[in-house]
Ligand binder design. Structure first.
Ligand code: PLP
Length: 381
């Protein structure tokens, strides 16, 4: 069922076997899952998807699970792509689409990646799983670990909203509170020596495969056409990196062709390491010293996949933009008033970036734009 063959270092191309609990490559770069796309293209056509379940496992040929019929699933993925004409015309557009990820299990798209990673942990016999998180990743990990019957540990910055601590505890996870940022939370977990597999963003190869399905869905939902722009609230960047990988795979399979969507990376002015590197013309980002934002999903001072995000933005002719914190509440209210949408602050940041990119002439009227609404606001209430 799957055409998964091996893992590959994103920096050197060095190959790794599929059987280990891998983290970063020997050179400290993320690993990517690779598939036998030549053989798959010989046997696959678009029509093969008809009638499959409306969740992300419909793309199982390019998913890394070997025991394909026995995965733990809470029906993640295949989220709606909604037209938002009233918000669109307010921002100056005719063709605005919102990919609503808040309807995923656990209220965010973190469910996609952690579903894949926890299923792999189970297949590979990991004794437990752990990660540092700004909130939503912890919630998703604790949920899927519970469903899989795997021990789980999460580390959260101490000022993360209490609801996240409580819900992770209710799900049976061991919950650590850390003074500092995600970086310090990661250090604390690295000191635990009981062999729990570390699933922090892009430090293992499988979460990005789950996020990749957002790109596969967009193409299928747009009837095998590509949008002109994809605006994405970027923390660790798995979504951008995953969708870029998805489009590469679809192109190799001969299922799409032509101009690729431009990626718009959206960050907050108080924590914008990728935007800073983009503006400086650098291939990699330096850590943001003291992140200041209450848009929790974007409070990520350092991304191990920085060079992959920057490459995806530049190679598609996209942009990286930062938006100001004090505009977020107004945009949440506007989305509510104009479209009846209950969006989170990350989704609002993305709409603010749309407003700015349009004002500055980068996005034109008539272009088809997809904005990601990534998390349910109730998660942080
Ligand atoms: C994690 C998160 C993000 C950032 O996603 P990445 O793919 O890691 O860049 C954005 N929004 C929400 C709600 C999140 O939980």
């Amino acid at each position: 069922m799957t055409f998964f063959t091996h893992l590959e270092c994103t920096r050197t191309g060095e190959r790794y076997d599929v059987d280990g609990l891998h983290n970063l490559s020997a050179t400290g770069a993320p690993l990517f899952a690779r598939y036998d796309l030549d053989n798959l293209s010989a046997s696959f056509s678009r029509d093969d998807l008809a009638g499959r379940a409306a969740n992300m496992w419909r793309y199982r040929e390019v998913m890394p699970l070997r025991d394909g019929d026995h995965e733990i699933t809470l029906e993640e993925g295949f989220t709606p792509l909604r037209a938002a004409p009233r918000l669109g015309s307010w921002a100056g557009f005719s063709r605005l689409l919102v990919k609503d990820e808040s309807v995923n299990p656990t209220g965010s798209f973190k469910a996609r990646g952690l579903s894949v990673a926890v299923n792999r942990a189970r297949e590979l016999g990991a004794p437990g799983v752990q990660l540092p998180s700004a909130g939503n990743a912890a919630l998703a990990l604790a949920t899927y670990a519970a469903a899989a019957g795997l021990p789980c540990r999460v580390a959260l910055p101490s000022d993360t909203p209490r609801t996240i601590f409580e819900r992770c505890g209710d799900l049976g996870a061991e919950v650590l509170s850390v003074e500092g940022t995600l970086v310090e939370a990661g250090h604390l977990l690295a000191e635990c020596d009981d062999g729990y597999w570390m699933l922090s963003t892009l430090k293992e190869p499988y979460r990005v495969e789950g996020k990749k399905t957002m790109g596969l869905e967009l193409v299928e939902q747009l009837d095998w056409e590509l949008p002109d722009w994809i605006l994405y609230p970027t923390g660790g960047g798995t979504g951008i990196i995953g969708m870029h990988k998805a489009f590469d795979e679809l192109e190799t399979l001969g299922l799409i062709s032509g101009r690729r969507p431009r990626f718009g990376v959206v960050q907050m002015a108080g924590c914008a390491p990728i935007v800073r590197a983009y503006e400086a013309g650098s291939a990699a980002a330096t850590p943001w010293e003291a992140p200041q934002t209450r848009v929790w999903g974007l409070r990520v001072p350092q991304a191990v996949g920085d060079f992959l995000i920057l490459d995806a933005v530049r190679s598609t002719g996209g942009r990286a933009v930062a938006v100001e914190e004090d505009r977020v509440a107004g945009m949440i209210a506007r989305a509510s008033r104009l479209e009846g949408l209950d969006i989170g602050p990350e989704g609002a940041a993305t709409l603010l970036a749309l407003e700015d990119l349009h004002r500055d002439g980068f996005i034109e009227v008539g272009q088809r734009v997809v904005v990601f609404q990534t998390g349910h606001p109730a998660n942080y209430r």
